[in-house]
Design a protein around this ligand. Structure first.
Ligand SMILES: Cc1cc2nc3c(=O)[nH]c(=O)nc-3n(C[C@H](O)[C@H](O)[C@H](O)COP(=O)(O)O)c2cc1C
Length: 164
């Protein structure tokens, strides 16, 4: 079972969560960078309105080929109750996502809004088979073992596959 974790992170929390899940499950990591190069202030002044509008950022890598994987995990920070523009672009940039099992997660201050619903809908539109979602807070991620439910979800995909 090979899993690719695709995520965006500006201030490190989603990166930490993704890294812990990758270490526990042997998954590969793809970090998506927003080429806007936000400062702390411009994340709120420019990034948050773009997130609310569902915009797609210019990202690096511009193409994310997941055709060699069995499942894909997509992780985003919450910006103004939404996925970040970089994650909107990342979902659009996935190649080979059709028919793949997918899991979504977000990290937030505790008010994720419609972030996970939006991510699930975007991935379903791309033809993914979305199997689960996990919402984490920045505080959760600081605690040891806090990504356990996400690790369990990724492992459950592997078990389903073995049972097929
Ligand atoms: C521009 C901006 C908007 C945010 N909006 C929300 C929000 O609507 N709800 C919330 O709970 N946290 C919000 N946060 C907090 C982040 O979601 C949280 O710190 C997240 O873990 C950051 O992920 P990262 O460190 O991987 O970038 C916001 C942070 C920023 C920078």
């Amino acid at each position: 079972m090979s899993v690719c974790i695709v995520y965006h992170s500006e201030t490190g929390t989603t990166r930490t969560a993704a890294g812990q899940v990758a270490a526990a499950t042997g998954s590969d990591l793809v970090e998506v960078k927003d080429l806007a190069g936000y400062s702390k202030l411009s994340m709120y002044l420019k990034g948050a309105p773009r997130a609310m509008q569902g915009k797609r950022a210019d990202i690096e890598p511009a193409v994310i080929d997941v055709s060699g994987y069995d499942a894909v995990v997509v992780g985003t920070p919450v910006w103004a109750g939404n996925p970040t523009p970089a994650v909107n672009a990342a979902v659009a940039a996935l190649v080979g996502i059709e028919g793949k099992a997918a899991v979504v997660f977000c990290t937030s201050g505790g008010a994720p809004g419609k972030t996970l619903e939006t991510m699930k809908a975007m991935l379903a539109d791309r033809g993914a088979d979305v199997r689960g979602e996990i919402s984490l807070t920045t505080r959760d991620v600081e605690k040891p073992g806090a990504v356990g439910p996400l690790v369990d979800l990724v492992r459950s995909l592997a078990k389903e596959r073995i049972g097929q």
